[in-house]
Design a binder for this molecule. Structure first.
Ligand SMILES: C[S@@+](CC[C@H](N)C(=O)[O-])C[C@H]1O[C@@H](n2cnc3c(N)ncnc32)[C@H](O)[C@@H]1O
Length: 262
């Protein structure tokens, strides 16, 4: 499937350069790359999460690994790292820096929705700043399939109901759609319910109220009605099943504000 997936065109060299520039300026404050937007989160935010909710020893799969930005952090925990990404440009960049390095097992070009790994392959899985670009129910179903019972799973996404006056979030949603950026918003409460119904443990729910709050690690620990981004930490249960849909290409906020009914 990966060679004919039309979404792959989006994740090209130009996007690689764009995301490198965003990561270079990551941290609190305002972006120079996209005027008016908040900066994206830097590695220290994830460091704090991993320190609070530790990895299992053993292996880790990163889905949407880009050029291996987070590999040094995983390797510092002694994990055996496999990375995968839908983008040939990203995978080429990651292989250039990381192929054959100690602790790096493989770097694979594949979409999150079709992971070419057997069931129960990994002790940990991370998917950071990527799930919102995927067909989420398929991707999370795959996360649960390729991890073993007891595995730690960390992923982030965008909630489908954010504050109506969060102009940055609204403009980002419109901008992404304008650029044809694959973009999906999660019904986070429904996802959490579904995970619990399947017997997975939800260890932590970080909700970041507004765009920019993730970079500032400004979070609330519950799913209030409205928030913009989330980070979930899950322990995989003994069994898993295919998840039904729980995301949408339009946020409820966008529909409220624009009257879109597509
Ligand atoms: C915003 S970047 C985040 C990269 C990295 N995780 C980070 O936090 O810096 C999104 C990444 O997801 C990858 N991606 C997008 N859609 C994907 C999909 N369906 N399956 C796997 N990777 C995907 C892109 O190629 C890109 O590398």
């Amino acid at each position: 499937m990966s060679d004919i997936d039309p979404r792959k065109d989006y994740w090209n060299d130009k996007y690689l350069e764009y995301w490198k520039a965003r990561v270079d300026e990551a941290g609190q404050g305002k972006s120079q790359v996209v005027a008016g937007d908040s900066n994206t989160e830097d590695d220290s935010v994830y460091q704090r999460v991993f320190a609070r909710h530790g990895f299992n020893p053993g292996s880790l799969l990163e889905v949407g690994c880009a050029w291996g930005r987070m590999f040094p952090l995983y390797l510092s925990y002694g994990l055996k790292v496999t990375g995968c990404d839908i983008s040939r440009a990203m995978v080429d960049a990651a292989r250039k820096d990381w192929a054959g390095q100690d602790g790096v097992i493989d770097i694979v070009e594949t979409p999150a929705e079709h992971l070419p790994f057997p069931d129960s392959s990994f002790d940990n899985l991370a998917c950071l700043a990527t799930l919102d670009a995927t067909y989420q129910h398929q991707a999370v179903t795959e996360f649960l399939r390729v991890t073993r019972p007891g595995a730690r799973i960390y992923f982030t996404g965008k909630n489908d109901l954010y504050f109506a006056d969060d102009q940055e979030a609204y403009l980002a949603e419109i901008g992404a759609r304008g650029k044809n950026h694959p973009n999906f918003f999660t019904d986070t409460r429904r996802l959490i319910d579904l995970l619990r119904q399947q017997g997975h443990r939800v260890d932590a729910i970080y909700c970041f109220p507004r765009r920019g709050d993730f970079a500032a690690f400004n979070h609330v620990d519950n799913t209030g009605e409205r928030f913009y981004e989330y980070l979930l930490v899950i322990t995989r249960g003994d069994r898993h099943a295919v998840l039904p849909e729980f995301s949408d290409a339009y946020s409820k906020t966008f529909r409220e504000l624009s009257g879109a009914h597509e």
